[in-house]
Design a protein around this ligand. Structure first.
Ligand code: UGA
Length: 441
């Protein structure tokens, strides 16, 4: 019965998929989470969220208790169960290339399609190069059992790590890329509780829906690199990027969001998405239109090198110096270390012979596993013991709250580099610290 709430499957239970599955079950849908990774499925089924995300473990418990959320590794079961199937698998950067790796998306669709034994909608949520949805439509039609009417739609996801629950339950907008009214109706039914909040919807075609996502991430990355480019200019003339950014932010048309200067962007999305977009644009003959994204990437990479330079300048060399590195995650409220600027800087300083010790409130285990060559400590104060310099690399609030006088008790030299413009410079200077930040004299 099409009028009833559709039963949902969520294929791929990583960051995006797990969040989507859990939130949808909490909103009242019957949901089946599907993944080829038995360990992940086992953890989720037993109530454990395999990554750090505020609020999500509580919601998983609630969803499991309601009986509306289950997990499986069987695509046959998925086909049997679902009316609407969300594809939420990852699209990482291909090793040695800027292109997105579509192996997982293709595999998910190929595994699911033969089991679609009744009218169903397959909805892509993964971030993909434009044109992928059209290609996947062909695969779905080819592999679905003869006689079943199956359609593909695209519904890009804009959730941020650290705010994943809120962004899923109360998104700014929903984009529905559809090829028919039926697909639109199915999507509306699958998002009914979210739509009832008055969430704006854009109905569009598949290609536009795919593009919205990469265009949004590219815009955000560009905004960050723009302010960091201004920081480079400020450094050359002794001007102050903080005051400059604050002044720009007061213009409503510009706005202060994603205008925070510092070490730049990292993570599993922005860096790989701008590269994949530039690559895809070149493939389809419009490379020139987004060639500036190469520059955005370069500016962003330079910030990491420049942060190391600042430490070097301050210490008169890095080799043999004791360096406290605060932060490993690519941003606060996350344990994600994918393309993390903080760890990039820490590793470079380590490579230059610095005695670097890293602390992060959530990402320590991940960092240890990925970079066992680095040294780690158990707290911000622990790694600052006898340090020649403290370098703040991820702006966790616990670092902001540290008292300059208390920290002065444990370090060897009162020197701090604020890689994220997170600290009150005047306060640290008043306490006798040599305070430096990119783009500030
Ligand atoms: C980003 C987008 O913001 C989401 O909308 C999108 O859904 C997601 O990618 C995705 O494609 O899945 P996320 O990677 O979680 O979300 O992180 P952001 O909050 O966007 O931060 C990205 C990076 O930019 C971080 O390293 C952060 O430190 C840096 N940043 C952010 C700055 O350097 N300056 C700023 O002003 C803002």
């Amino acid at each position: 019965n099409q009028a009833e709430a559709p039963r949902l499957t969520v294929i791929g239970t990583g960051y995006l998929g797990a969040t989507h599955a859990i939130c949808m079950a909490v909103l009242g849908f019957e949901v089946l989470g599907v993944d080829v990774d038995e360990r992940k499925i086992g953890k989720l089924a037993s109530g454990e969220v395999p990554f750090f995300e505020p609020g999500l473990p509580e919601l998983l418990a609630k969803a499991l208790e309601s009986g509306r959320l289950r997990f499986t590794t069987s695509f046959e079961e998925a086909g049997e169960f679902g009316d609407v199937h969300f594809i939420c698998v990852g699209t990482p950067q291909q090793p040695g290339s800027d292109a997105a790796d579509l192996t997982y998306v293709d595999a998910a669709v190929r595994a699911l399609a033969p089991h679609l034994n009744r009218r169903a909608l397959v909805v892509g949520k993964s971030t993909v190069p434009v044109g992928t949805a059209k290609r996947l439509t062909g695969i779905v039609h080819e592999l679905a059992p003869a006689g079943t009417e199956v359609e593909l739609a695209w519904n890009p996801e804009f959730l941020r790590e650290g705010f994943a629950v809120d962004d899923t339950m109360r998104p700014d907008r929903l984009v529905f890329g559809v090829a028919s009214d039926w697909a639109l109706e199915r999507l509306q039914a699958a998002f009914r509780p979210v739509l009832d909040l008055g969430t704006p919807v854009v109905r569009t075609d598949l290609a536009t829906a795919e593009l919205v996502k990469v265009a949004a991430n590219s815009f955000l990355a560009t905004k960050i690199s723009y302010i960091n480019a201004m920081a480079e200019v400020c450094e050359a003339v002794g001007a102050d990027i903080k005051d400059l950014a604050d002044s720009l932010a007061l213009d409503d048309r510009i706005g202060g969001k994603f205008l925070k200067p510092g070490l730049g962007f990292g993570g599993g999305c922005l860096p790989k998405d701008i590269r994949a977009f530039a690559h895809r644009a070149e493939e389809i003959g419009v490379g020139q239109a987004v060639s500036f994204l190469r520059e955005v990437d370069d500016i962003n990479r330079r910030r990491r090198a420049r942060t190391v330079d600042l430490v070097r300048e301050m210490l008169g060399g890095i080799s043999g110096k004791r360096i406290a590195a605060w932060g490993a995650a690519f941003k606060p409220n996350s344990d994600d270390i994918r393309d993390a600027p903080a760890l990039d800087v820490a590793r470079t300083m380590h490579g230059l012979g610095g005695h670097v010790r890293v602390f992060d409130p959530a990402a320590l285990d991940n960092a240890r596993r990925a970079f066992p060559e680095l040294r780690y400590g158990e707290s911000a104060f622990d790694v600052a013991q006898d340090a020649d310099v403290v370098v703040l690399l991820t702006e966790w609030s616990e670092f902001r709250e540290i008292e300059p006088d208390a920290l002065a008790e444990v370090v060897r030299h009162k020197r701090i580099v604020d890689g994220r413009h997170a600290l009150d410079a005047a306060r640290w200077r008043a306490a006798g610290w040599e305070y430096r930040a990119l783009g500030r004299s």
